[in-house]
Design a protein around this ligand. Structure first.
Ligand code: ARG
Length: 472
């Protein structure tokens, strides 16, 4: 192995006791700036809150405070204009910002880090970033719910086969199927909201780990940054990453829901099913097979669930067994969170786009709805209701009807009253009538059931509850 080259000089931010700089390899493993520059805005917001508090408490002068505020505004403007030179030698966003501040305003910049450490700083920045991420995802999840609700309203009465084990089970309506996903996404939103509530405490002022001897006001910085309160324990404040894990857990569960819908789209768009057609905007052709129309976006949404789950398991493994308090291991917390956020945000947008654009083939849904004797349960229920049979016996009689249809190679609705009578004398025309798909779904009026009138009412209620408004 070649002996690692030495960098020229020690880090100016903490180089007091260092004679030599880091090895070239250290210069590659240690920095995080390529990753954490993403929360420059949160870092500057945290510094502004901290500086204001220091001034208010008389820890820094009003003059220095003013210089710091002006300097941080310049730094922010430089970053946003793409004029800021991020330096790997300065490791991370915190030291990049502070170093540039010093270039811009001189020694006053050195007072900003009073009563603070990068340990509480990074924890603060990251919480702020995740909080914003949750708000962004909430909007994306709401948009998906809106797209699903539009389809639910448009096809509230469209009969389709409902499946268990992916075997035809009972007829349901397409609207009902869409609303199932609206509910899943509602719970996902709830999980993120819970995570947001718990993470919204301020680590700033925990300093390196033990708190500080300066007369700081952690309640003031908490208020300024929109946190509900300061974190109660300084050791916990700098080392806790369960907020990130909760975020990733909620993201993994939500991505799992998206992947189920994505999988259904993949299945439904095959010619074998033909339930829906995705728009040109969300499908691809094949370079060799001209007939192809692939649901690539759905497949990618399906795959992202794996990536996001991997982000959760990755971070869970990083933080397990870490002794209190901060360790550099914790620098590895950001890539999984950023990856998961990007994947989920894009996945939600793609799914909302696919759902909004898709056309539903109601005729195909209806044609497939009878296949597999999906109304058999309706006959069994009829025998119970109209003839007083115990359900078990009714089930048995109906099983023989299904077998007869199977032997004939026909559907239940193609059997005659005479056919039914050969099985059980108590069967008559009324039994045949319940085989109609529309009657079948219309009869399922129990709360949460698939009857079109239930579906219409449920869609209306969901619109009010989740979108906060009635149908436009
Ligand atoms: N870049 C670091 C991180 O992301 C910031 C905190 C560094 N703290 C320290 N004591 N070296 O975790």
């Amino acid at each position: 192995m070649p002996s690692p080259k030495k960098a020229k000089s020690a880090n100016t931010m903490w180089g007091g006791r260092y004679a030599a700089g880091p090895s070239e390899i250290m210069g590659r493993i240690n920095p995080s700036i390529d990753i954490d520059k993403r929360f420059y805005a949160e870092d500057i917001a945290g510094s502004l809150a901290h500086a204001a508090m220091l001034a208010k408490q008389g820890i820094i002068s009003a003059k220095d405070h003013k210089a710091i505020v002006g300097g941080l505004a310049m730094v922010k403007a430089e970053i946003e204009a793409g004029r800021f030179e991020f330096k790997t030698a300065l490791e991370d966003i915190h030291m990049n910002v502070e170093s540039r501040l010093a270039e811009l305003i001189g020694p006053a910049a050195g007072r900003l880090h009073t009563a603070r450490s990068r340990n509480d700083q990074v924890a603060t920045d990251f919480r702020l970033w995740v909080r914003n991420a949750i708000d962004t995802l909430d909007r994306a999840m709401t948009a998906l719910q809106a797209a699903l609700l539009d389809k639910a309203d448009a096809h509230a009465g469209a009969v389709m086969p409902g499946f268990t084990h992916l075997q035809p089970a009972q007829p349901v309506t397409f609207g009902h199927h869409m609303l199932a996903y609206v509910e899943m996404i509602a719970r996902d939103r709830g999980r993120f909201a819970d995570c947001r509530r718990r993470l919204n405490e301020n680590p700033l002022g925990a300093a390196a780990l033990a708190g500080t001897s300066f007369p700081i006001d952690r309640h003031a910085t908490a208020r300024a940054l929109g946190f509900d309160r300061p974190m109660a324990n300084s050791l916990d404040a700098v080392s806790a990453r369960d907020f990130a894990l909760e975020f990733l857990g909620a993201a993994a569960i939500c991505a799992g829901h998206l992947s189920r819908l994505a999988e259904e789209l993949v299945i439904w768009t095959t010619p074998q099913f033909g339930f829906v057609r995705l728009s040109d905007a969300f499908t691809t052709g094949s370079s060799i097979m001209p007939q192809k129309r692939n649901a690539d976006a759905a497949e990618l949404v399906r795959a992202k669930a794996g990536t996001i789950l991997g982000a959760f398991t990755g971070l869970a493994a990083v933080v397990k067994s870490l002794p209190l308090t901060y360790a550099k291991d914790l620098q590895e917390d950001k890539p999984p969170v950023f990856t998961a956020f990007d994947s989920l945000e894009l996945g939600l947008a793609a799914m909302a786009g696919m759902i909004a654009d898709m056309t539903v083939n109601e005729a195909a849904l209806r044609a497939r709805a009878l296949a597999g004797y999906t109304t058999a349960t309706d006959i069994a229920d009829w025998l119970v209701r109209a003839r007083g049979l115990p359900f078990r016996e009714a089930h048995h009689v109906t099983g023989r009807i299904v077998r007869l249809a199977e032997e004939r190679g026909c559907g239940l609705e193609e059997l005659s009253v005479a056919d039914l009578k050969t099985i059980d004398a108590r069967l008559d025309q009324a039994a045949l009538d319940v085989l109609s798909l529309d009657r079948s779904v219309a009869s399922r009026t129990s709360f949460g059931g698939t009857a079109p009138k239930n579906v219409r009412a449920a869609a209306k209620a969901a619109r009010r509850k989740y979108l906060g408004k009635a149908k436009p």
